[in-house]
Design a protein. Structure first.
Length: 333
């Protein structure tokens, strides 16, 4: 929907009109010895084999974008990137000689945030400090940073009355849920033609989409915001992945930068089929280079442009085996 009066929240925007996260450089942290990825202002789709760092990439980005230099940064990074019982030393790359790492985030306006991770002491604790603290923190935090799945943290700011919305995006989300999220007696409910359902009674997919509709109705998810979504195929069935792909593209057209990590061929192909030439979609394949012993990436504006796509390889293998079985069955005596 295009803007007519300048006040329509659903107007089509050029990707990156509000500024966007342009490059992420991970040096000696987590699974990455040295990785620099340039993101699209629109929809970015990360794919690759298990263990190639897609989810960890998202968590480091989230940690860097939401860090408050007045807090204890090591605790902030550990809480987001690591599992509860993991030692903080895992924030750094596995190399025995690595005692220092860095995360550098730069936006389209040239502003940056840099975090230095340093291992010290016999216990292997990791300290985190922010460099260039006097520049870039405003530019990289201009919009909200939202992450899925993360229902517990996302619930906190949702309180009070929500304004009714005729937003086409909200209607698109509510059609997929299906239903509208409402506050009732201090709790969240979903209301549809079948009646009222408690928040805990609906599927995880409906809860994630419900939070998305609330963010839109609150005005939290606005142009300039960043949405990080990890492995949506874990909660969305194959029949819903097309709706999710269309929704991610609609958000990116509205000026929200979207980064999704997935291993699912259906979601990848749905994005490929829904995207338009000017959508600013970019596919990023993560893979391990055994010769260099490091995680590398390749990027393309089209799914067919990726030479390393395990989801497509797996589908071709299934089709070949299915054809082979059918042929054997046809010609066997």
């Amino acid at each position: 929907m295009t803007e007519r009066n300048g006040k329509n929240p659903d107007r089509t925007r050029s990707p990156g009109e509000e500024g966007f996260l342009r490059t992420v450089h991970l040096l000696g942290v987590g699974a990455f010895s040295d990785l620099c990825l340039e993101l699209s202002p629109g929809l970015n789709v990360l794919t690759g084999m298990n263990g190639t760092g897609k989810s960890q990439f998202l968590t480091f980005v989230r940690a860097g974008l939401t860090a408050n230099s007045r807090g204890v940064l090591s605790n902030h990074f550990s809480a987001i990137v690591l599992r509860p019982k993991d030692p903080s030393v895992l924030l750094l790359h596995r190399s025995d000689t690595s005692r220092r790492g860095s995360l550098i985030l730069e936006d389209s306006k040239g502003e940056s945030r840099e975090f230095v991770l340093h291992k010290g002491g016999r216990k292997g604790g990791v300290s985190v400090s922010q460099e260039n603290a006097d520049r870039g923190s405003g530019g990289l935090r201009r919009g909200s940073v939202l992450s899925f799945p993360d229902e517990s943290e996302s619930w906190e700011p949702l309180s009070g009355k929500l304004r009714p919305s005729r937003s086409a995006l909200v209607r698109q989300v509510e059609k997929v849920i299906p239903g509208r999220v409402c506050f009732r007696n201090g709790s969240l409910w979903i209301k549809n033609g079948r009646g009222w359902s408690r928040w805990g009674q609906v599927s995880p997919a409906s809860r994630q989409l419900g939070l998305l509709s609330l963010f839109l109705r609150q005005g939290t998810l606005v142009p300039g915001s960043i949405l990080l979504w990890d492995s949506p195929e874990g909660v969305f069935g194959p029949l819903l992945l097309g709706d999710l792909a269309s929704l991610c593209l609609s958000l990116s057209r509205r000026g929200v930068q979207v980064v999704v990590a997935t291993r699912d061929y259906v979601f990848l192909k749905e994005v490929d089929l829904w995207q338009k030439d000017n959508d600013g979609v970019r596919y990023h394949a993560f893979f391990r280079d055994d010769r260099l012993d490091k995680i590398c990436t390749e990027s393309s504006p089209r799914l067919s442009g990726l030479s390393r796509n395990p989801a497509s390889d797996a589908l071709r293998s299934l089709l070949d085996r299915d054809i082979e079985r059918a042929m054997d069955s046809r010609w066997s005596p």
